[in-house]
Design a protein around this ligand. Structure first.
Ligand SMILES: [Zn+2]
Length: 123
């Protein structure tokens, strides 16, 4: 149990997670529809239509995101929410508020990203 979180903060994070899940599901639904030949925009504006060819990749990412959100919601129920899966520290509320589905503190996440070698090498 992350003891630095108050009940009100947990409620707030739960609301964020539920909203994020709803958004993601809407987005996935739209992505699926977009895989069909693109229809004209309702009002003729062309914003947000860049990169349609990466929709499939985005859909895969969304699925992983959705799994993380579900995992976070479960953790909220069983009381393990807000603890770093790596070092077990309390993840600060400020970080959870930005990324409520995260399972790692900043230190562990950046270490993990570095070891994976996915971080962009500064030129
Ligand atoms: Zn950690």
């Amino acid at each position: 149990m992350n003891e630095t979180l108050t009940t009100a903060q947990r409620e707030e994070l739960k609301a964020l997670l539920l909203a994020a899940r709803r958004d993601l599901q809407t987005q996935m639904q739209q992505n699926r529809e977009n895989l069909a030949p693109p229809a004209a925009d309702q009002d003729g504006t062309a914003q947000g239509n860049v990169g349609r060819e990466v929709d499939q990749a985005l859909t895969n990412i969304d699925t992983a995101d959705l799994a993380r959100i579900d995992h976070a919601l479960e953790a909220l129920e069983d009381g393990s929410y807000g603890l770093c899966a790596e070092c077990g520290c309390n993840i600060p509320f400020e970080r959870l508020k930005i990324e409520p589905q995260t399972q790692h503190c900043v230190a562990c996440k950046s270490r993990w990203e570095q070891s994976k070698g996915h971080a962009r090498v500064p030129s």
